[in-house]
Write a protein that binds this ligand. Structure first.
Ligand SMILES: NC(=O)c1ccc[n+]([C@@H]2O[C@H](COP(=O)([O-])OP(=O)(O)OC[C@H]3O[C@@H](n4cnc5c(N)ncnc54)[C@H](O)[C@@H]3O)[C@@H](O)[C@H]2O)c1
Length: 340
């Protein structure tokens, strides 16, 4: 007995769209207009097409989705008003939580780093906002007029850049949020190039270590501080990225635990946050058919991507004094993905 497939809507998964002859044609056509192919959607193929509206940062608005659905589903009636998404959450500022504190935030120009720097600044902290992108930092500063922000264009892998960051922070450094990081190209170890391996380790591990090493003297001198590193779901499982990124994020956890153990008695707490999928500007390429197939299969249990302010909530908790009794942890902030 054959069954008629349900008509395509925004609630249908991206994979269902791609598998449908008419839906696949229009979706591939739309992607081609933006110079993309369906492969770019492989890691999120199990998510509803509707999620692309939030994930695209305005490039794929609700009207574009409605127009796409209407092309293949003549009976489709767009909702007059957007439904309140399940699990709606709004950031609540804790006024003064970081007053009197200086916090270095790397990767502050975009995504999770930007959301964290923003939250610390809006909660009264002095933020040393670090990024390689001057343009992104300029935008951040413009959006935080009146806040105590020192924007610094620097590369965390570069000793001279790290020295400038420490100099800008001054004698007192209460917090370090090591958030700058890059993805790999999803290659398994059999295909990984030395260039990808070295670059991913240089930024994610060596850069993270250099900033930690640089803040330790000030934190020891003042008798405490909080360091929060950014790991990933890929620090918890083998199915979320390629060999280089996965190994680099496991290394971040090792660095976190070693430092927590070494400096705990000196009042320095060192933790990591492991984000699940987050809507940011991070780039993920697929340079290996095996990597694409395996990572996509692993994504089947993934929780839908979230906005970066949810990660800032976890990171600022650990940065703040509320994290007083937490040291050496790799906190999954992934909506439960790691429980699957
Ligand atoms: N987005 C996700 O789904 C996700 C999931 C798990 C972990 N993470 C981790 O979260 C962190 C932040 O990622 P994001 O998604 O917000 O990415 P993003 O690309 O939106 O932001 C990262 C920022 O870091 C900056 N940066 C990169 N290399 C740098 C360097 N060498 N020195 C200084 N700045 C540098 C970039 O210019 C960029 O503005 C990364 O460590 C990433 O591995 C992200």
């Amino acid at each position: 007995m054959s069954t008629t497939p349900a008509p395509l809507t925004g609630a249908s998964t991206i994979q269902t769209w791609l598998d449908d002859p008419a839906g696949g044609d229009v979706l591939r056509g739309l992607l081609a207009q933006g110079g993309q192919s369906a492969e770019a959607l492989a890691p999120i193929a199990g998510l509803p097409l509707q999620n692309l509206v939030a994930m695209s940062g305005g490039a794929f608005p609700q009207e574009a989705l409605d127009a796409l659905v209407a092309q293949v589903n003549p009976d489709y009636v767009p909702a007059a008003t957007a439904e309140t998404p399940k699990g709606q959450w709004a950031e609540k500022i804790t006024a003064g939580r970081f007053t009197g504190q200086t916090v270095i935030v790397t990767g502050a120009g975009s995504g999770i780093g930007r959301a964290t720097a923003s939250r610390v600044a809006r909660e009264g902290g002095r933020v040393i906002a670090v990024d390689v992108s001057q343009e992104r930092l300029d935008e951040f500063v413009a959006a935080h007029e009146g806040a105590d922000v020192v924007a610094l264009t620097a590369d965390i892998t570069d000793d001279e850049g790290v020295a400038r960051i420490i100099e800008a922070a001054g004698d007192r450094i209460d917090g370090l949020a090591n958030i700058a990081g890059i993805m790999d190209d999803m290659t398994p170890v059999g295909d990984v190039t030395d260039a990808v391996w070295d670059r991913v380790f240089r930024v994610n591990v060596t850069g993270t270590m250099k900033l930690m090493r640089a803040v330790i003297p000030a934190m020891l001198a003042q008798g405490g501080g909080s360091i929060v590193n950014t790991s990933s779901e890929a620090s918890l499982r083998g199915s979320a990225a390629g060999a280089a990124y996965t190994a680099s994020k496991h290394a971040v956890v090792g660095l976190t635990k070693s430092s927590a153990y070494m400096y705990g008695p000196s009042g320095i707490r060192v933790n990591a946050v492991a984000p699940g999928a987050v809507i940011t500007n991070i780039e993920a390429k697929f340079n290996s058919p095996l990597g694409a197939e395996r990572v996509q299969a692993g994504m089947a249990v993934m929780v839908p991507p979230v906005t970066a302010d949810r990660l800032a909530a976890s990171i600022t908790f650990l940065l703040s004094d509320d994290g007083v009794n937490v040291n050496g942890q790799n906190l999954a902030s992934d909506g439960g993905w790691s429980a699957a």
